[in-house]
Design a protein around this ligand. Structure first.
Ligand code: SAM
Ligand code: SF4
Ligand code: SF4
Length: 342
């Protein structure tokens, strides 16, 4: 396996070290910013297909598996999915879930995550009516916080052993709530990931009402986020973001800079392998991963990466360049996080 990674590194081929699997595009929310549920044909990853995908990914080199969606917790055979994933001994497994479903379902998802050692990452975009508006659902804050408190109870009992993370996508609608959101997450002792609203990808929805046009307010908010104790997003990312937005920094594309360990891939519920760009590279149910990275669709996609206007977002940029971590504030932040880990 180590040999595979070295070979991929020398050939500048992806290792799929971190891979995201979309269990369904169906969702329990209808967020203003997101287009994924509207792409759904109502299907879920089938168990047999999921097994094939896990086997191929593990064999090829995947060590960090992320279960996502849509809303992955809607999968009707979630325990079977977790059990299959566990068999492959990935180094780390997480579920990205909005935690927005019935109490019984919350308890089930949280209990299964504890049982199978799966990290919980949730979205926490707003408080009160703002949360409902952003997430296209009712009583979002209360529903999600009920699950967060339940997770904390299991943490206290030592049943759930990882420190959970909440991601806030900052937009014009919630930017004034960021101080309160940070405080809420600190009170809960959760990690924070802070990203900015963006559009342009097939998964995102362009909404004028979300666009961050007040640059001074964005800088003020980023400065506040930078001082947050449990911040997971590396601090160098924000320095770069501000320079990128001011036109003083070029795009930082992981598919070009760090294809082996930094680039991110997404397997859809029908087995197709995707990148950040539109279009499938192949289907893991029929194709071998190594053949996909020797195929014409991959070569065409690589040309697309070069021609891409660029991006600077924490879903992609933070894994793109190892040297970016040689940044004293980020090193100090990582050391603090290590010492605070529960
Ligand atoms: C697609 S969701 C899937 C997991 C789950 N449904 C959730 O919302 O947490 C993964 C992440 O993408 C984020 N996201 C969706 N649309 C976005 C956009 N336009 N800009 C930035 N992040 C976005 C969501 O807020 C969420 O944190
Ligand atoms: S961001 Fe997550 S919760 Fe919101 S619609 Fe998209 S997939 Fe669903
Ligand atoms: S959007 Fe462009 S710059 Fe960003 S990760 Fe994708 S190809 Fe690279």
């Amino acid at each position: 396996m180590a040999y595979n990674h070295v070979r991929n590194f020398l050939l500048r081929r992806p290792s799929l070290f971190l891979c995201s699997v979309r269990l369904t595009s169906l969702c329990s929310q209808a967020c203003l910013q997101c287009r994924i549920p509207s792409q759904s044909d109502g299907s879920f990853f089938e168990l047999e297909s999921f097994e094939v995908v896990c086997r191929k990914l593990y064999k090829y080199g995947t060590r960090i598996l992320i279960l996502s969606g849509g809303e992955p917790a809607l999968h009707p055979q979630l325990e079977d999915i977790f059990a299959i994933a566990k068999k492959y001994r990935f180094r780390s497994m997480s579920i990205l879930t909005n935690l927005y479903y019935s109490e019984a379902q919350q308890d089930k998802v949280i209990g299964l995550s504890a049982k199978y050692g799966i990290g919980i990452h949730t979205s926490y975009d707003g408080l009160g009516d703002t949360a409902d508006r952003l997430r296209g659902a009712k009583d979002v804050q209360a529903t999600v916080e009920r699950a967060m408190n339940r997770i904390n109870e299991l943490r206290k009992q030592g049943i759930y052993q990882r420190k959970p993370t909440a991601t806030v996508v900052i937009s014009a609608l919630n930017i004034d709530q960021i101080p309160d959101i940070i405080q809420r997450l600190q009170d809960l002792d959760w990690n924070l990931n802070a990203d900015l609203y963006r559009w342009g990808s097939i998964n995102h929805r362009e909404q004028d009402v979300l666009k961050l046009n007040d640059k001074a307010k964005v800088i003020q908010t980023i400065n506040l986020i930078r001082r947050t104790k449990n911040l997971k997003t590396p601090l160098w990312y924000y320095d770069g973001l501000l320079k990128y937005q001011a036109g003083k920094m070029k795009k930082q594309c992981p598919y070009l800079i760090s294809p082996t360990f930094g680039s991110k891939f997404f397997v859809h519920e029908n087995g197709e392998l995707h990148t950040c760009m539109d279009g499938s590279l192949g289907n893991l149910l029929n194709d071998e991963v190594k053949d996909i990275f020797r195929s014409q669709p991959w070569r065409d996609m690589q040309r697309g990466f070069i021609n891409c206007q660029g991006c600077w977002n924490n879903c992609f940029t933070v894994s793109s360049r190892a040297l970016s971590y040689l940044h004293w504030p980020t090193i100090r932040q990582l050391m603090m996080m290590k010492s605070n880990r529960t």
